[in-house]
Design a protein around this ligand. Structure first.
Ligand code: ZN
Ligand code: MN
Length: 484
């Protein structure tokens, strides 16, 4: 029985968050919020006689991505016309880089359950997005807001061999684009779109068999499921002696199946030729160096720094660096506390209490009412013993709802913790006196009642007693009873 190995490559189209479109001065607008056809001019509407102009900001963003992916930034790249007819493409061709892309031969390093992998990046090139069609009954509506929005197409080599690796690649690339500030990573809005090329081959060989291309992968879960589905289908076909047809597939999320969209077109179907209206794109070394010097810290480097500098577990660090805004929040909170509160404690509060509240309220960290300094103040108060852990959780909930400070809430609600030993000893005495039966049982050997006494004391204190002090004093008192 032959064992088969999947061979996977990913093509990613990422819109660049520039102010204006790729070849004209129309604004780039949020397609899900804007009225249709409000950001359109003769250039992006494909009128005859107009001339495109290359958007410098788009080139700069593309160079950023190229550098982050350790690509060669080619000093000269060329735009070409990719000819095809479709109603969302007013010019009848897409301007795209073809033989001479802006960036080539990079790598993306990913982490999987099987270890670290280096995936080669073949190229990253600039092009323009198409418009959007909405199909209604027997006609279609055309919205050209998106037509001409800068797109960066990033193509990997077929270096991945499992759905997990493809997912890790997709997530890492998305994190890099977000960290660079060139793309929001919002897959639901379609600003980043994934396509997977999938084939299988007998394990141990290096042949490249016929592959299929899966489109419409609008979540990482969909990507993983679609790839696994195709691996199974193709393996089955080879086992039956059937042939794989090269084609473009869609993914039906509800049925959990791929479906055929069209037989795969070849490059020559597009009759590529150099765009006569645009000069070669020349990128000076000095500009590339300047952009390189301005690159922010990338997620992978930040992850390692969080582990080294703050002694976080790789797991916690990975969660924090997934969103640059969360990582920034964490670092600001760390800066705002003294040594009593460790970075690890702050990480746990953010990934625990804060995240679960944010998830329930469906808000991002930028929009919450508790800034990093306010969280730091709460944790500082807790570390001093003014309130205990449970109270702190309740206080944080109130802070998030109201935006009030920890100090205000603690004062107004009388939540200050009882740490005073004398007061706690009095509470313990009261509990012991009121429950002679339990005391007798405890002395007769039912040791687990110690926890019950603890609970009673905490209840008497309205949950505000310092639990460490209660435990210590209670232990002292109970062992005194035993020896008396
Ligand atoms: Zn325009
Ligand atoms: Mn493309």
């Amino acid at each position: 029985m032959i064992e088969y190995e999947p061979v996977i490559g990913l093509e990613v189209h990422a819109e660049l968050q520039t102010n204006s479109k790729m070849f004209c001065s129309c604004a780039v607008v949020d397609n899900t919020r804007s009225e249709p056809n409000v950001a359109v001019c003769p250039v992006c509407a494909g009128m005859p006689g107009v001339l495109p102009v290359i958007n410098q900001q788009a080139v700069e963003m593309a160079i950023k991505v190229g550098l982050a992916l350790e690509c060669t930034i080619n000093p000269t790249s060329l735009f070409a016309r990719k000819n095809y007819f479709y109603p969302d493409l007013p010019k009848g061709y897409q301007i795209s880089q073809y033989e001479y892309p802006l960036a080539s031969n990079g790598v993306l390093r990913i982490h999987t359950s099987e270890g670290d992998r280096t995936i080669r990046v073949l190229r990253a090139h600039l092009e323009e997005d198409t418009g959007k069609l909405t199909h209604v009954d027997n006609y279609s509506l055309v919205d050209l807001n998106r037509a001409g929005v800068p797109l960066l197409e990033i193509v990997s080599q077929p270096d991945m061999h499992s759905a997990e690796e493809a997912r890790a690649y997709g997530m890492e690339l998305r994190a890099i684009l977000r960290a660079l500030g060139v793309n929001s990573g919002d897959m639901e809005k379609g600003v980043i779109r994934f396509e997977a090329n999938v084939s299988v081959r007998p394990r141990g060989t290096d042949i490249l068999n016929t592959r299929v291309e899966i489109k419409n992968l609008n979540s990482f879960r969909a990507m993983e499921r679609a790839i696994i589905y195709q691996i199974e289908q193709q393996t089955l076909k080879y086992e039956r002696g059937e042939k794989i047809v090269q084609e473009t597939l869609g993914w039906d999320e509800s049925r959990g199946e791929t479906y055929s969209q069209r037989s795969k077109e070849e490059a020559h179907d597009y009759r590529y030729f150099p765009e006569p209206d645009l000069p070669p794109l020349i990128v000076e070394n000095a500009w590339v160096d300047q952009i390189r010097a301005s690159l922010p810290e990338l997620p992978k480097a930040r992850l390692q720094r969080f582990i080294d500098q703050y002694q976080l577990t790789p797991y916690d660090a990975a969660i924090l660096v997934q969103e640059a805004s969360v990582a920034d929040y964490f670092e600001a909170a760390v800066k705002a506390v003294d040594q009593q509160v460790t970075a690890r404690v702050i990480a746990l509060w953010i990934t625990g209490e804060l995240f679960s509240w944010m998830k329930q309220a469906a808000v991002e960290i930028e929009a919450i009412k508790v800034g990093p300094e306010s969280l730091a103040a709460l944790l500082q108060t807790t570390a001093r013993g003014d309130i205990n852990q449970n109270t702190a959780k309740n206080v944080l909930g109130k802070m998030l709802e109201s935006g009030r400070s920890a100090g205000d809430i603690i004062k107004a609600d009388g939540l200050m913790q009882i740490s005073d030993n004398d007061a706690i000893v009095q509470l313990i005495d009261r509990v012991i006196e009121a429950n002679p039966g339990e005391v007798a049982n405890y002395l007769a050997g039912k040791e687990t009642l110690a926890n019950w006494f603890f609970g009673q004391v905490m209840r008497q204190a309205g949950g505000k007693a310092n639990p460490q002090v209660v435990r210590a004093e209670l232990e002292r008192r109970l062992s005194a009873l035993k020896t008396s």
